[in-house]
Design a binder for this molecule. Sequence first.
Ligand code: ATP
Ligand code: MG
Length: 467
Amino acid sequence: MNSSSLRRIFSTLSTPAGEVCSRLRNAGHEAYVVGGAVRDLVRRVKPDDYDLATSATPEQVKRLFRRVVPTGIEHGTVTVLTSDESLEVTTFRVESAYTDGRHPDSVQFVTTIEEDLARRDFTINGMALDPVQERFLDPFGGEADLQTGTIRAIGNPDERFAEDALRLLRAVRFATQLQFHIEPDTWEALTRASHTLQRVSYERTRDELNKILASERPTVGFRLMSRGGLLQVILPELAAGVGIEQRGDHRFDVFEHSILTCESAPKDNMTVRLAALLHDIAKPATLSVDADGNRTFYRHDQESADQAQSLLRRLRYPNTVIDQVTHLIRQHMFAYTPDWTDAAVRRFLARVGLQNVENLFALRQADSYAQRGSRVDFRTLLTFRDRITEILANDHALNRKDLAVNGHDLATIDIPPGPAMGTVIDHLFETVLDDPKQNTRPQLLKIARTFYDSRLKGANHHPTDTS
Ligand code: ATP
Ligand code: MG
């Protein structure tokens, strides 16, 4: 690297990172910026966060700084908090294999930065910057690989993937995020080792998958995973869509349609991206071909929601994410036409939930675009949105909680608590969805009385065993 590039890099490096390195240096230790931050600085991108590597032990680091959190002390990592940044500081180390797919079997501290860099996965992740002496260390040619857009394992790729199979997915993740190619020897080793990805814990897999999902071009990552044999291991349900052709307006097979829907969804909305990726996941399982050769995917929305649920559970996604994603998938086939009555629009809103409408529309737009990968006329969807805005302006009850009466009110007219009361409330809600003018206290109490007396009174809603 020439001196003007170096000067540029050291002038853009964050002040806290430089200060923490100086303090370590002044105390007689070595300290370097490593990992993603170096990659970013060399590419002229502003790093999100800084990782530092040092010859100091975690204990020594703790003593040098006022605010230190022991985030991963058994692996040699502490987090140093400065006024405006937190920095991970890790003692030079090497690690043994990840036999359990979760943690290295052991880590061993080493004395030189060169040994520390050599245990890292790819050349572009194996560079270091010393901000105090303004030195750039690049023992494996990371800078050249950054320039040519190459993901290349450090050392022997078969060995590197055998030590930690997560690196298989990391290779794809970096290729996707940076839109780089994977160097042929590394790629060959990756395909040979693809089945070993099953050893990696679901949590680590999920975290890499999320980075692919949040990137500009997730399709790049999913196609690489499919070609490299990784998809079959971590998302066999999605891999099953390869070659499943669709009918009508669709131009792509189920797999290509799914990943293109995902890519077309807003990149900063993980819920919609996941729903987009999985919205047709059960199409391979629900495909049937009739006598005339027509292809149908009966109930694929419901089946896909169920399959997505078990898939997301397996990958240890949080329950809130699973609930939102499966709800969107379950609702994704709505078919609005301008002849829908106001009552039909209100029923739709009650079913979908106001807070999910924007996400569902985003999913629909991505889904429609991904049928052919070309511009789509969204006028009907836009008129639907206007209808919804109109209806909301009239402040209708779209939730049982918006009814003018509650369980307490119903109890005052002697409707007993329990399942019967639930049935009465359901009935009132249906009534109000049909005709919002009914949503007044006297009116609902009257309706409740009649409904209860004619339909429920005397019926046994609590089957109790008296024998
Ligand atoms: P980003 O923070 O954008 O995800 P990063 O390169 O900083 O990218 P991290 O997962 O934060 O990635 O890891 C920091 C550094 O640690 C990497 O650049 C790499 O040098 C090293 N590293 C991380 N995980 C592994 C691994 N599984 N095998 C080898 N080295 C790794
Ligand atoms: Mg990082």
